[in-house]
Ligand binder design. Sequence first.
Ligand SMILES: Nc1ncnc2c1ncn2[C@@H]1O[C@H](COP(=O)(O)OP(=O)(O)OP(=O)(O)O)[C@@H](O)[C@H]1O
Ligand SMILES: O=P(O)(O)OC[C@H]1O[C@H](OP(=O)(O)OP(=O)(O)O)[C@H](O)[C@@H]1O
Length: 217
Amino acid sequence: MITLALSKGRIFDETLPLLAAAGIEVLEDPEKSRKLILPTNQDGVRVVLVRATDVPTYVEYGGADIGVTGKDVLIEHGGAGLYQPLDLRIAQCHMAVAAPAGFDYLRAVRQGSRITVATKYTAIARNFFADKGVHVDLIKLYGSMELAPLTGMADAIVDLVSTGKTLKANNLVEVEHIMNISSRLVVNQAALKLKTAPIRRIIDSFAAAVGSATVPA
Ligand SMILES: Nc1ncnc2c1ncn2[C@@H]1O[C@H](COP(=O)(O)OP(=O)(O)OP(=O)(O)O)[C@@H](O)[C@H]1O
Ligand SMILES: O=P(O)(O)OC[C@H]1O[C@H](OP(=O)(O)OP(=O)(O)O)[C@H](O)[C@@H]1O
């Protein structure tokens, strides 16, 4: 049995065409079913639904053999013990620093001021500001980061941006582009050794579907 960990929503939706390329069809709609283990048209393949941030953990500890997860989540997790053969080029967005239009971020940076930054992505934010030599106090949040500067709790945020609509709706402006983000395939190293043929078949089908070469194990 091959177990594939996905999160509900955009990762699940955008992985479906890749699964189809591997001849795998998920037999239940996660938006309609309360089941966390979904059967597929292949007896030897099942999908488990977990929180987006838990996908690397399930694959690391063998709860799943393969997973699909954002580069953001992978960096925060650390990626220990995970084989990352493929950029799937799905769920594309970028990580950015944003601040209210009234906050002169560049001036604060130039003057060496201490900046308070709210984010769910503390590892990415810490590394980014450390590389720039900017002094920051980080406030860890689990969602709705945009609210932090609006309530006076933080000067700026580090968050994902796609269309920019969320920032605009909350009167925030992007002031730094940190990195491009897309989702990766992650594989449990031991599972790859024990179940090489079926896992390779999935990796190769995904690679062909996204038109990219795989990274050797
Ligand atoms: N607006 C967006 N456009 C494109 N991709 C995005 C966007 N927001 C997030 N992503 C990518 O999709 C992944 C999954 O996001 P999703 O919103 O489904 O989970 P989440 O709500 O961030 O996670 P959790 O449920 O654990 O809090 C993210 O890790 C990121 O890589
Ligand atoms: O630039 P945009 O296209 O507006 O996208 C950016 C938004 O997308 C993500 O949230 P998400 O859509 O995952 O919402 P959620 O955290 O409430 O699930 C991210 O945290 C931003 O808030």
